[in-house]
Design a protein around this ligand. Structure first.
Ligand code: BMA
Length: 385
């Protein structure tokens, strides 16, 4: 601090102020925690002003703490349904295929809010939004981490997420469906605000417009320009964060597995709009290719995240039907244990031909139990302990 700066104080005053500060710090922190727990805080970081609730800031710290001990195990729709059951059939119990086979609940809970934009009662996979809200709150209260993806319909054609009709330029500012898209984002905001405890929305990792470097979604490669993609992301965050004042979201940027010429940062909208780095990589029954991608891509994500000082995660993975013996302990674990990811999210257990976690009686159950027993895999009770 330079001497002629208006905030320059002489040495004695400085020392006195510091003594007072340290004397009262523990007391004021304790009181602050109690009284201001529900208030917003503004955090100045690298000249970027973000506005997040204390609980949301705590989630960032938690993600760092986890990554130092291991990685949290996540499952998409973990408690919504599984093989041959759905929560709505016995709403009084919290069931999970992961718990059924390992004895432990997952630590991370993935949900998808596709069709909230249409004001529907159920999401695209037939989970009611009322049930989803209850399951999110239940998981959060138990110490779980909530992550939300959004398989939004195509605003121009009204087809689904996989309908590639050009639409991104229609929905950003100046586009013919901009008003419609703003209404869709309002519905997202209303839902995410409604997932609350004592009027305080719970922290959520929001992961919109994922796998954009693949060409299967309307927001993906070749279906919109890179610039329009970034604009869409920025406008969406601005609507949620500023217009709708959501202070409980962390935004995750999550491309798909990188092809040799892919640049991980190609669609990156900027540091102010992303809180967590991620990547989605599936094993399409090719362990060798999968391992190569894990090693190559996770190293890139790690390097960038560390440089940007943000947490990072393996935001989607799985081997459909789990047909490779010892996949968890021999293919996956050795390639994750030293990556520093905060979590790994396995995709949903929808049907016998479309599931990514074992269920009772599946041949891979013993391997999954062995995976659970390995030092770095963290389930719900491992987080809360
Ligand atoms: C995909 C598939 C679809 C599902 C969608 C959103 O990967 O599982 O069946 O509708 O995710 O959950």
């Amino acid at each position: 601090m330079i001497k002629n700066h208006p905030f320059y104080l002489n040495k004695t005053i400085c020392i006195k102020v510091m003594i007072l500060f340290f004397l009262f710090l523990p007391l004021s922190c304790k009181n602050d925690k109690k009284e201001d727990l529900k208030k917003d805080i503004s955090v100045e970081k690298d000249d970027i002003k973000t506005k997040r609730s204390i609980d949301t800031e705590d989630l960032i710290s938690k993600l760092y703490t986890i990554s130092k001990k291991g990685f949290a195990i996540g499952h998409q729709d973990a408690t919504s349904y599984g093989l041959n059951w759905k929560h709505e059939d016995s709403p009084e119990v919290i069931k999970s295929d992961v718990k059924e086979v390992s004895g432990k609940l997952p630590a991370v809970y993935g949900f998808d809010i596709g069709h909230i934009e249409l004001n529907n009662t159920h999401n695209l996979d037939s989970v009611s939004f009322t049930t989803m809200r209850q399951l999110m709150i239940d998981a959060y209260k138990k110490g779980g981490i909530i992550t939300v993806s959004w398989h939004a319909d195509n605003p121009t054609s009204n087809g689904d997420s996989w309908d590639k009709t050009s639409t991104v330029s229609d929905i950003i500012k100046g586009g013919k469906h901009h008003d419609k898209y703003q209404l869709w984002v309002k519905r997202v905001a209303d839902f995410l605000k409604s997932v609350e405890i004592n009027n305080q929305p719970i922290p959520v990792v929001f992961r919109p417009f994922h796998e954009m470097n693949g060409s299967w979604f309307w927001w993906g490669e070749g279906n919109c320009s890179v610039e329009d993609y970034k604009t869409l992301w920025i406008e969406t965050v601005n609507l949620l964060r500023d217009t709708h004042q959501l202070n409980n979201l962390l935004y995750a940027y999550s491309p798909n597995k990188l092809n040799p010429t892919d640049d991980y940062m190609k669609y990156y909208p900027g540091d102010e709009y992303v809180d967590i780095f991620g990547i989605d990589i599936y094993d399409f029954k090719d362990s060798e290719g999968f391992i190569n991608s894990l090693q190559h891509d996770l190293a890139i994500v790690k390097e960038i995240a560390e440089q940007k000082q943000k947490p990072y995660a393996f935001t989607e993975t799985g081997l459909e039907t789990l047909s490779t013996p010892n996949w968890f302990t021999e293919v996956l674990y050795p390639n994750l244990e030293n990556t520093g990811i905060s979590w790994v999210l396995f995709w949903r257990n929808a049907r016998p031909d479309h599931h990514y976690m074992p269920y009772k009686g599946h041949p891979i159950v013993d391997d999954f139990k062995a995976f659970e027993a390995l030092p770095k895999t963290l389930f719900l009770e491992d987080l809360t302990n």
